[in-house]
Design a protein around this ligand. Structure first.
Ligand SMILES: Cc1ncc(COP(=O)(O)O)c(C=O)c1O
Length: 435
């Protein structure tokens, strides 16, 4: 295909997008008000088709370009794309078990401090690596654990902390990173819900030894599916790449041979000298890679991160102001020192209120307003964790309150002020009617 043919095709793609995406009128009660969703414009569609026309189907040039641009955005030295945020979490924690880390490596039975109220795949890699989760509670309002709670949970076998910024609201990550440094613990920062959030003026995802991101459509940037692991530690970055790419020792790009110029000269393990480095495995790894089509979409999305973040902040403030003073509701608060790029607008119905969360959620859903739970609520109460070894420090009272009384509505950039008014009016109407 000539460049001219391609330009013509992409021009047609642009027209197709414009024709398909005429603004539709918002009809309250008929048009769904989603809690989250991908915001995709004509540049995104063109980026995807452009990459498809090139038929670069495995990870390649777009992936490398995205990794360096995204690392720069978060002020990190290395980023490695994965096929999901859950894979990024699995990869980040698994990398810390590498024998190449010597005495620092996480070993079976070591403890990892985390929170009980959150998303399962922040916790699952702990169990999948034969490590022991130590659960702490979170505060209502910020939905994050405090430094004191995390510090109290650190015991003699504790070797790492792995916590997510709750719905985009940073946990006190600078102080937790300081604690981790003092106690020789790894900090894994699950930044899946907080790309664009700041803590003490610095991007979330830049504090941990390792941090992770999700690019699922509900998140701040999307690739359809996708994720990323970031670090400033170059030896650790090599380990991350190895675990992601089948556990191999070699670091050639796909389709590339002999980048190290010693492909047939190594002697590793008990292999014969000169055994092909491309097929030498230094870790019990996975294949968690993503594709270039995903990265092409990611690059196009990344350009819009500032406007997406601003829209999330603006939409959150809109709801926060509109719902101030509504009886029976505990409204969200940013963690002191933070400037969140919110994932959602989280509300706890006061357990003493004359109405219930389920009543309010049913009412909103009947009005086509999408609601979501604070993920698993208290994860320790789920069937998946019943027979697993874990430790709980303090009680999980607030996590239980979250399970019973908390939900969230959307603030994603696809929402208009008409939609937000409808959401706020509906919540206010229900609360006032039942108070
Ligand atoms: C905090 C957190 N961590 C990890 C994930 C997993 O991301 P993914 O859906 O891309 O696997 C999510 C998903 O929403 C999440 O909210």
């Amino acid at each position: 295909m000539t460049n001219r043919q391609k330009d013509l095709l992409l021009e047609e793609v642009r027209k197709y997008h414009q024709e398909r995406s005429q603004e539709k009128e918002f009809i309250p009660g008929v048009t769904p008000v989603l809690s989250s969703g991908a915001v995709l414009d004509e540049d995104d569609r063109v980026a995807l088709v452009d990459a498809a026309l090139d038929m670069r189907i495995a990870a390649g040039v777009h992936s490398r370009r995205f990794e360096s641009a995204f690392a720069r955005t978060l002020g990190m030295r290395k980023a490695h794309l994965t096929n999901s945020g859950s894979s990024a979490n699995l990869l980040a924690l698994s990398a810390l078990t590498s024998p190449q880390l010597g005495d620092m490596r996480l070993k079976p039975g070591d403890e990892v401090v985390t929170v009980a109220a959150g998303f399962p795949t922040t916790v699952n890699p702990i169990l999948q690596n034969q490590l022991v989760p130590v659960f702490v509670d979170v505060d209502l309002g910020t939905y994050n654990a405090s430094l004191a709670q995390i510090e109290e949970a650190v015991g003699p076998r504790t070797r790492a902390i792995m916590i997510a910024h709750s719905l985009g609201n940073p946990f006190p990550v600078a102080e937790v990173a300081e604690l981790a440094k003092e106690r020789d613990l790894f900090l894994v920062e699950d930044n899946c819900d907080a790309v664009g959030s700041l803590y003490q003026g610095k991007p979330c995802g830049s504090f941990g030894d390792v941090s992770t991101v999700s690019f699922y459509p509900a998140h701040h940037l999307t690739m359809g599916e996708g994720g990323c692991v970031l670090t400033n530690n170059l030896p650790l970055a090599r380990i991350i790449e190895s675990f992601r790419d089948w556990g191999r020792d070699c670091w050639c790009e796909p389709g590339e041979d002999n980048r190290c110029l010693k492909r047939f000269e190594y002697q590793l393990g008990t292999l014969p000298k000169g055994y092909d480095h491309k097929y030498t495995f230094s870790h019990v790894g996975y294949n968690l890679k993503s594709t270039d089509l995903q990265a092409a979409l990611g690059l196009s999305q990344l350009r819009k991160l500032p406007e997406f973040s601003e829209a999330r902040r603006r939409n959150w403030r809109y709801l926060r102001t509109a719902l101030d003073g509504v009886p029976g509701l505990l409204l969200p608060e940013p963690t002191p020192g933070s400037d969140p790029s919110w994932f959602g607008f989280v509300i706890t119905v006061d357990p003493e209120a004359p109405f219930t969360k389920s009543g309010l959620v049913d009412f909103l859903e009947s009005r086509k307003i999408g609601t979501r739970q604070l993920f698993g609520g208290n994860l320790t109460r789920h069937p998946a964790y019943q027979d697993r070894e874990f430790r709980v420090v303090g009680d999980l009272r607030n996590s239980d309150i979250i399970t019973d009384h908390t939900f969230w509505v959307g603030v994603y950039p696809g929402l208009t002020s008409e939609m937000l008014d409808y959401v706020a009016d509906s919540i206010r109407e229900f609360a006032l009617k039942h108070s």
